[in-house]
Ligand binder design. Structure first.
Ligand code: ATP
Ligand code: MG
Length: 295
C-alpha cells in the first residue's frame, strides 16, 4: 500500500465532534475526508496514544468485506510539530444538502416518550426503530442487529446512539441509513505491547477478552450487555437472524489479509488483532450459529 502523507493537503473549515481525538477536514483526491488523530490513552497510563486509528481502519475494512455500507478509510501520516503521527482518513459521506443525523436525534423525535436520545437501553432502541417512520422499519432493524453482531466480532464497546445514524437530504426531505462510521473503539485500542504479549501467551487473559470484555454500549435492564452472554442466549429472534446472515459471510482468510496488510503496525499487533478476531468469531458467532442449527 502506498504511504500517504496528508500534511500539506488543502483543508476545509468543516468541524467534527466526538470525544476520541482531534479531527480536521481535508481534501484528498478531490474528495473530502475527516482526519482522525490518535487520542491520548486515558485508561492505560503506560501508553501515550491509543491505537484507535488502527481499530477504525480494520473495523471499517471488516464491515466492507461483509458488504455492509461503511465509510471508506485510509491510513496515512500527518506531521505535527515535526513529528509524524499515524492518522486515519474517513471519507466524508455527507454532501451539499445532505447531513448526518444520529440515532439519538431520531430517538428525540419520539414526542410521546420520556426517552433520552442518548439512552442506550435495548428495549427503547427497539421501540424507536419500531415506531419511527423516517426509513424502512425492517431495513433499520436488520442494520441495527447486523451492526450488533459485527461489533461483537470486532469487540466494539462504543456503538452509542451518536455512533450510527442517517443521511438527511434537505432538498427532498428524505432520509436513508448512513454508512457505518466510528469503529475506533474496537479491538482493544488501549492494549500496549506488554498487554498484547500477555493476552497472546495467557489463555485466561484471552478468554476474558472473548467472554467478558468489551461489553456493548447497549444496555439490558440498566446493565451493559455482554456480547457472549446475550448472543449465545438466543433470546432475540432478530439477533438470531443476524447471526445466521452474517456469520457465514465472514471469511477468516479475508480477515487475515485485511489485518496482515494493514500498514504501520508490527507483527505482534497483527497477530494480536487476528487472534482476537479468530477467537471471537469461533467462540461467539460460530458457537451460536451451531446452537441455532441444532434446535
Ligand atoms: N465518514 C463521516 N462522514 C461525515 N461525518 C462523519 C463521518 N464519520 C464521523 N462523522 C461525524 O463526526 C463525528 C465524530 O466522528 P467519530 O464518531 O468517528 O469520532 P469519535 O471521537 O470517535 O466519537 P466518540 O465520541 O463517539 O468516540 C461523528 O459523531 C459524526 O457526526
Ligand atoms: Mg463517535
Amino acid at each position: 500500500m502506498k504511504e500517504i502523507d496528508f500534511t500539506d493537503l488543502d483543508k476545509r473549515k468543516k468541524l467534527y465532534d466526538g470525544a476520541n481525538g482531534n479531527k480536521i477536514s481535508i481534501i484528498y483526491n478531490n474528495e473530502q475526508y475527516m482526519l482522525k488523530f490518535p487520542p491520548t490513552a486515558k485508561i492505560n497510563k503506560n501508553m501515550n496514544y491509543s491505537n484507535s486509528c488502527f481499530s477504525e481502519y480494520i473495523g471499517c475494512k471488516i464491515y466492507e468485506s461483509l458488504k455492509i455500507p461503511v465509510q471508506k478509510t485510509i491510513l496515512g501520516t500527518y506531521k505535527v510539530k515535526g513529528k509524524n503521527k499515524i492518522v486515519v482518513a474517513c471519507k466524508d459521506f455527507t454532501k451539499h444538502g445532505v447531513v448526518l443525523q444520529d440515532f439519538a436525534s431520531l430517538k428525540n423525535q419520539m414526542i410521546d416518550s420520556e426517552r433520552n436520545g442518548y439512552g442506550t437501553e435495548l428495549f427503547d432502541i427497539l421501540n424507536t426503530i419500531d415506531e419511527q417512520n423516517v426509513v424502512n422499519r425492517e431495513e433499520l432493524l436488520d442494520r441495527f442487529w447486523d451492526m450488533f453482531v459485527v461489533d461483537a466480532f470486532i469487540g466494539n464497546w462504543d456503538r452509542h446512539n451518536g455512533n450510527w445514524g442517517f443521511l438527511y437530504d434537505s432538498r427532498t426531505d428524505s432520509m436513508e441509513i448512513a454508512p457505518v462510521y466510528d469503529c475506533g473503539s474496537s479491538l482493544f485500542p488501549q492494549a500496549d505491547e506488554l498487554i498484547m504479549k500477555e493476552i497472546l501467551t495467557n489463555d485466561n487473559e484471552l478468554m476474558y477478552r472473548v467472554f467478558e470484555i468489551p461489553t456493548s454500549a447497549i444496555m439490558l435492564n440498566g446493565k451493559k450487555i455482554k456480547y457472549f452472554d446475550f448472543i449465545v442466549s438466543i433470546q432475540d429472534e432478530n439477533c438470531n437472524r443476524a447471526i445466521r446472515r452474517i456469520t457465514p459471510k465472514i471469511n477468516m482468510e479475508d480477515i487475515k489479509s485485511i489485518v496482515f496488510s494493514t500498514p504501520y503496525i508490527n507483527d505482534l499487533q497483527k497477530k494480536f488483532y487476528y487472534t482476537i478476531l479468530s477467537e471471537r468469531k469461533s467462540r461467539i458467532l460460530d458457537f451460536t450459529l451451531r446452537k441455532l442449527k441444532s434446535i
